[in-house]
Write a protein that binds this ligand. Structure first.
Ligand SMILES: Cc1cc2nc3c(=O)[nH]c(=O)nc-3n(C[C@H](O)[C@H](O)[C@H](O)COP(=O)(O)OP(=O)(O)OC[C@H]3O[C@@H](n4cnc5c(N)ncnc54)[C@H](O)[C@@H]3O)c2cc1C
Length: 114
């Protein structure tokens, strides 16, 4: 049976940081993750929510282009809100499943430190 100095439960932002710090301190580390390496942030929290906000922000800016100092003639065609929402959801899902900001790799055990 392999023994580790540190066992981290959960490979979200917190667990990944703890694991990296422990490895940096020369400890051998095992990380146990029950669902998704990376935790909530890349899949259901930070990344997807920012993707939706970015789409809404872009649409709002396009709508207010002239007020913002832009000059587009003819004015951009934004199409129906429902279609834009669908496109934003597709983009969100692409970003959060392919992970353009991928979950940091969890540090591998460092048996050399034993
Ligand atoms: C909508 C939304 C938007 C957000 N936006 C941002 C943002 O822009 N910037 C920001 O800094 N933060 C943001 N956050 C907060 C961020 O998501 C959390 O702070 C972060 O995910 C917390 O990390 P964590 O490691 O503590 O927990 P989690 O990400 O929840 O990770 C915990 C991990 O532990 C695993 N786990 C739990 N129990 C066990 C077990 N017994 N055995 C094995 N594994 C286990 C889980 O499966 C999970 O993967 C947002 C949150 C939400 C909800």
């Amino acid at each position: 049976m392999t023994a580790f100095d540190v066992v981290v439960l959960g490979a979200g932002s917190a667990g990944s940081w703890v694991a990296d710090e422990a490895v940096a301190a020369g400890r051998s580390v095992a990380v146990v993750e029950q669902l998704r390496v990376g935790g909530d942030c890349p899949y259901v929290a930070c990344i997807p929510s920012k993707a939706m906000l970015a789409s809404a922000h872009a649409r709002e800016q396009a709508r207010n282009l002239a007020r913002l100092g832009g000059d587009a003639a003819p004015a951009p065609s934004l199409g129906p809100d429902a279609a834009a929402f669908g496109q934003a959801v597709r983009r969100r899902d692409e970003l959060s499943t392919t992970g353009t900001t991928p979950a940091r790799p969890v540090s591998s055990p460092n048996p050399a430190s034993r």
